[in-house]
Design a protein around this ligand. Structure first.
Ligand SMILES: NC(=O)c1ccc[n+]([C@@H]2O[C@H](COP(=O)([O-])OP(=O)(O)OC[C@H]3O[C@@H](n4cnc5c(N)ncnc54)[C@H](OP(=O)(O)O)[C@@H]3O)[C@@H](O)[C@H]2O)c1
Length: 313
């Protein structure tokens, strides 16, 4: 058996069972991989085998690593929500990211490391960011994810996938269903509860569904892709514009959604432009159907013009 066969047959250990981890686990399983999911609590909704593991605990990491015998480790654990952690002003919770990267690369040095990273490794850009851009994190979340990246990229065959905002359609998942509430679910809930929505016009994303991310990850692992890949959706949206679309699609008056400045909103710690695109030309064709490419990322939304105008005032 050659090494690449062995890597395919050995289980994939997916760290984290939240929005990203559960979607990745499900799609890797559907693509024929053996998957074991790990988190501190069994979320109850997983369809794959699960083990308890605190990725910041060296003893836990070492016992789970030897019991699972993973050929690939996917880092999809939290924390992941700077808005929910008071803008991410305390470094404590974020240290888990570089720590887990260090512990697992020591515990399973022969395994292939796959890190799900974030657009938060960039500060304010003027357009969707490709892989060649230099990371300059704006917040502690981004800084700690960047430290994890620096660690993982030194391992053999490593894959680092920076992902834009991940969401789910409709009310599947979210609060009450075990998963964290995503942005569109927040908008829907607020509108359903009769609230007005104040959303930043100057915080732009290239959102990607959890399902699309699962498909992309399964394809990248099937192909054995390594290096750095940017995964953003094919549309660039401000949170305000997205909120208006959600209101209209659900039969609410769009006038209940008001545009505010990012700094005055709960998304103040985010970069103005958290949009990603890929400039790689060697990815599987199925991936290109789902993600934004740098040669097709013309700024049709006017985001750049609007942000420049705002900066000039
Ligand atoms: N969601 C997005 O929009 C997005 C975008 C880009 C990148 N990402 C990246 O994707 C990763 C996961 O994000 P997510 O949105 O899926 O988060 P999530 O829904 O909040 O899920 C986080 C998962 O990690 C587990 N976890 C947290 N701390 C842990 C620990 N110390 N040990 C083991 N498991 C732990 C949680 O379960 P327990 O609490 O039970 O342990 C949960 O299963 C993050 O690293 C984030 O940087 C997410």
């Amino acid at each position: 058996m050659v090494d690449s066969d062995r890597a395919f047959l050995d289980p994939v250990l997916v760290l984290g069972s939240g929005i990203v981890g559960s979607a990745v686990s499900e799609h890797l399983t559907a693509s024929g991989r053996r998957v074991v999911a790990a988190s501190r609590r069994n979320p109850g909704y997983l369809t794959v085998p699960w083990v308890r593991c605190d990725v910041s605990d060296a003893d836990n990491v070492s016992s789970v690593s030897s019991s699972v015998g993973a050929g690939t480790v996917v880092f999809a654990h939290g924390p992941s929500d700077p808005d929910g952690l008071g803008g991410g002003k305390a470094i404590g919770p974020w240290r888990v990211h570089p720590l887990a990267a260090r512990l697992f690369s020591r515990a399973v040095p022969a395994a292939r490391m796959v890190l799900i990273s974030t657009d938060n490794v960039f500060s304010d850009a003027a357009a969707p960011v490709p892989e060649s851009a230099r990371p300059v994190p704006r917040n502690l979340y981004g800084r700690c994810k960047r430290l994890a990246e620096l660690h993982i990229e030194q391992t053999v065959g490593a894959l680092i996938v920076r992902v834009s905002l991940v969401y789910q359609h409709g009310t599947a998942g979210g609060a009450g269903h075990g998963l964290r509430e995503t942005f569109p679910q927040y908008c829907q809930r607020m509108l359903a509860e009769g609230n007005r929505l104040e959303l930043p016009w100057d915080q732009w994303t290239t959102p990607v569904t959890a399902m699309d991310l699962g498909v992309v990850m399964a394809e990248l692992l099937r192909q054995g892709t390594s290096g750095l890949v940017h995964v953003g959706g094919t549309r660039m949206l401000s949170r305000y514009r997205w909120g208006v679309e959600i209101a209209e699609a659900n039969g609410y008056c769009a006038g209940r959604v008001t545009a505010v400045a990012r700094q005055a909103s709960r998304w103040a710690s985010r970069p103005a432009m958290s949009c990603l695109c890929t400039e790689r030309s060697d990815l599987p064709e199925a991936v290109y159907r789902l993600i934004g490419r740098s040669d097709r990322c013309a700024d049709r939304s006017g985001a750049r013009t609007q942000l420049q105008a705002a900066a000039g005032h």
